[in-house]
Design a protein around this ligand. Structure first.
Ligand code: GLN
Length: 340
């Protein structure tokens, strides 16, 4: 009896402590605070002129450089937006994080570690030397070689089925049916000899698991999916919420898949500037040359920003500034630990 009482006392007090913790998180991130942080970030950085649209994919050079949208989606499914969250850009490399999650979900985390690798290359996203140095090993799914390898591992009986499955996964993360930006796809597909070279070099090392030409083509399509800042934020919030889309409430991947996806985003999400990014924000993130960045605050929210002008590493200048500002303002760097 005494023991029972003791157990119930412990259960009750730990439930109380847990509810305090939840309440604390909730009060820290009030709608007012979030809206204020997004407003301030928008106004502070809207006139920044640094950076330049990607132009190695010709169609990207024609995208309106002034598009600037910010969205933050909390794990309870509340959507906060500022600026232009209607305009869409091609998702480009941001898609890599979600296809990586798909492959982990389908084949297990060990398969990704063994058949692709999970180490940061420390080199540019389309580095051929990165492949050659390690004979196709120790790359990761967030740079072009590892991403093409990941695409080649997606389950499906032929390229049509694999592509349908990739698009379906990306759409589930976003909570709506995404579609292809045809001009971007055609522009890149007609001019992607470098990615084809990467795929063939990997294939020569036995590290591509489908036809290399078709794998490169599916990868190119995946990069040409259209998204808004809001789509990116919902995709990020699905990871922040352990794999359940907080808006649709549908499970996309397991919590374990998210657990293995976020560390690679932390170490390699912004290419050769990933270390600087992680040092400054503490958040796993992924950028794309279309101008989008998604960052994940585990358990709390996903944030998506779109602004096409890029820095030398290929990351959106304004998106980096906005997310860093919002993280500091909201005090949500997971490594900011308040001593007991
Ligand atoms: N589709 C682009 C490429 O393969 C994606 C690169 C990126 O966003 N960094 O070059």
């Amino acid at each position: 009896m005494k023991i029972n009482l003791l157990v119930s006392a412990i259960v009750l007090s730990s439930a109380f402590l847990m509810s305090c913790a939840t309440a604390q998180v909730a009060t820290n991130l009030t709608p007012d605070k979030i809206n204020a942080a997004l407003d301030e970030a928008y106004n502070k950085f809207k006139d920044v002129k640094e950076g330049k649209n990607a132009d190695y994919i010709k169609e990207l050079a024609t995208v309106d450089s002034k598009i600037f949208g910010i969205a933050l989606v909390t794990t309870d499914g509340t959507v906060y937006t500022k600026g232009d969250v209607a305009s869409m850009v091609s998702i480009q490399s941001v898609s890599k994080a979600f296809t990586m999650a798909q492959v982990i979900e389908e084949q297990g985390h060990q398969a990704v570690q063994d058949k692709i690798g999970v180490d940061a290359t420390g080199l540019r996203f389309n580095s051929i030397i990165a492949v050659e140095l390690q004979k196709g090993k120790e790359i990761n799914p967030l740079v072009n070689p590892g991403a093409i390898a990941a695409t080649s591992m997606v389950a499906g009986k032929d390229s049509a089925a694999i592509w349908a499955s990739i698009l379906n996964f990306q759409s589930q993360f976003a909570g709506r049916t995404l579609s292809l930006n045809m001009p971007v796809y055609i522009s890149e597909a007609g001019d992607n000899l470098r990615n084809q070279a990467i795929a063939h070099l990997l294939y020569a090392y036995g590290r591509i698991y489908f036809d290399p030409v078709q794998a490169t083509d599916m990868y190119t399509k995946q990069c040409a999916i259209n998204v808004s800042a809001k789509d990116l934020a919902i995709m990020g919030s699905t990871l922040a919420n352990g794999g359940v889309n907080p808006v649709t409430k549908r499970k996309v991947v397991s919590p374990e898949t998210v657990m293995y996806t976020l560390p690679v985003m932390a170490e390699a999400g912004l290419y050769d500037d990933s270390g600087i990014w992680f040092y400054n924000t503490g958040l796993p993130a992924k950028s794309g040359v279309g101008g989008g960045i998604v960052a994940v605050c585990p358990g709390k929210f996903g944030i998506g920003v779109v602004s096409p002008p890029l820095d030398a590493a290929g990351n959106s200048v304004k998106a980096q500034m906005v997310i860093k500002y919002v993280v500091e303002k909201l005090g949500v760097n997971p490594f900011l630990i308040q001593p007991k």
